[in-house]
Design a protein around this ligand. Sequence first.
Ligand code: NAD
Ligand code: ZN
Length: 351
Amino acid sequence: MASNPSAVLFKTDDLKVVDRPIPKPAPGQVQIAMHRVGICGSDVHYWTHGAIGDFIVRAPMVMGHESAGIVNEVGEGVTTLKIGDRVAIEPGVPCRRCDYCKTGNYNLCPDMKFCATPPVDGSLARYYVHEADFCFKLPDHVTLEEGALLEPLSVGVHACNRAGVRMGSKVLVCGAGPIGLVNLLTAKSYGASKVVITDLDSNRLQKAKEMGADCCIQVSRDMTAKDIAVKVKEYLGDLATQTIECTGAEPSICAGIYSTRSGGTLVLVGLGKPVVNIPIVDASVREVDIRGIFRYRNCYPTALEMVASGAVDVKPLVTHHYELEQTLDAFKTANNPTSGAIKVMIKCNVE
Ligand code: NAD
Ligand code: ZN
């Protein structure tokens, strides 16, 4: 009998691959044979802590939301996809009816159902069903792995859009984790003339260098936020026109404010402590706009074009591969700061 091994988080520290029924596509949905699912920091956090803010794992939940696969069955009424289509999956499906949805800001929909955000099951399984209109058909030359990477890349697209990065921008990216790196890639492809990136970790900065950073600043905990701003100014010849903060760490947010030039924009991508102490008057009197982002909206098409056209190369983000059955090892690697992991990828089906 066919089986559907699925990576299920039962509770904190209790992640197992177990067999689940193969889901049937409802009208408007497709069943997808999953191929690649990347592990995100949020997956690891649910595994180690059982919750992120108010989202608490109260019932067993399938993990995974950075994914791509091949359409295996088509639900009633689906005309845009057929069996055999290779697709990237945009993991959040909003209500489509509220004011946020109707104005295109569907990432802010209060009824968003997002893969592997409790209580919604994710896609780290052999078979998974999803709304057809949140699946993006990949051209033949785009791999399923690149398809899975459109998810984090979309975060970079949304952040750079919100920051107003454009031709000639001089951008500071704080943090060279996967999210800092996708912002680096996006900023460069949007025409930023220089991108400076910071991190505490020299290995992460080495990766950033390989992926096109014009300059890397290794920060240390004894540097003040103003020291960092001086370095940024040195490298860019001016303060940054846009800063994209991808650590969530209070000292880095402070450095982000001081490093952004008057009239510029600081986008807060990193999510750390819920309440932080920041030099708000400095931002205020210099008209530094501080903007948040939540995931992305309407960004998959752009992210796909960026990859398909060759404007960005996301492949170097992937440092490790595992089979679905080895999910626990994959999570251990993703959670091990000495593993050198950036993006850990799980193969759910043999190609
Ligand atoms: P990560 O932990 O892999 O990377 C963060 C990096 O920041 C690390 O390399 C770390 O060494 C570095 N860092 C920590 N403190 C620093 C400091 N003071 N100065 C410079 N660098 C510092 O995480 P990630 O997967 O890249 O995600 C980054 C952040 O983005 C997380 O907080 C995550 O929750 C958040 N995120 C937000 C959204 C959103 O929609 N707003 C979406 C995805 C991720
Ligand atoms: Zn809605």
